[in-house]
Design a protein around this ligand. Sequence first.
Ligand code: AMP
Length: 303
Amino acid sequence: MMRIVLLGAPGSGKGTQAQRLQAKYGVPQVSSGDLLREAVAQGTELGLKAKSVMDAGQLVSDDIVLGLIRQRLSRPDAAKGFILDGFPRNIDQANSLHALLEDLGQPLDAVLLLDVRHSTLMERLAGRRICPKCGTVYNVHSMAPGATGCSKDGAELFQRPDDKEAVIGKRLEVYEQQTRPLVQHYAKLNLLRTVAGEGELEDVFQRMESAALTRGAPAGKVKVRARKVARSKSSKRKTAAKKPSTKSQAPAKRKSVSGSAKSKSKSKVARRKAVPAKAKAKPASKKAQRKAKAPAKRPARKK
Ligand code: AMP
């Protein structure tokens, strides 16, 4: 049994982590965003109402969303638990959810907050691409260069209309104003567990799992931090230092030589030369090996 709410800003990874929890524990992901997008795709009256609000990055009215959630949680598969993703999104919705779950006799076990920096959210949202067939979420920043299709089924990936840069800012603003107060709300109810949401997907998932499965701890005080914080931070620092260095260090070197365009091309040539030189080292050492073996053959020839 797992009855949890995933809390976090747009782009914090709620959907991805919910899908993984669903696959592993057989508890359905209940995403208010997905339910709304289905209604939009079906062209229902409700869907038509919701679409313009969603495209503007605003919140759809509480009664519409609550109706969808109530319907979904009443389905048989939700009797064994649920992973709420994107709901509740404001205090009124949280209170309605509380009442609904009391009616269903299914109180919440925990609320997991995915903690992700603003800059990461921006990058994730702007780069997010989705497979229309299987729903797998990709990011242009981590996809193979030139790839535009789903690696599982080849379907052409698409960008959600509300992931367009103009709307992203609005959605994050709405989160800050309306949804963030839920952090305090659930902390007071001793249900909140904060999970470090950056780093390798698999590591985040493990932290989510342990936060979801922890029982009986003073929930408000549970913080599941990244285990390898020190390492990942330092490796990030390394990559951060490396990245600009290829752009900024190289020109600095050129400048120190002569600062001219010629020296630029010279240093390029030098770099190009350096690579084959390294590559040649291997055959050379093989030659050396053959030479080393040769004396053993010579005495044989003499015979
Ligand atoms: P999401 O897929 O969770 O990012 O949601 C996409 C959009 O659907 C949001 O920007 C809102 O317009 C709408 N939406 C999703 N969940 C809710 C909710 N709980 N309350 C109001 N609007 C929602």
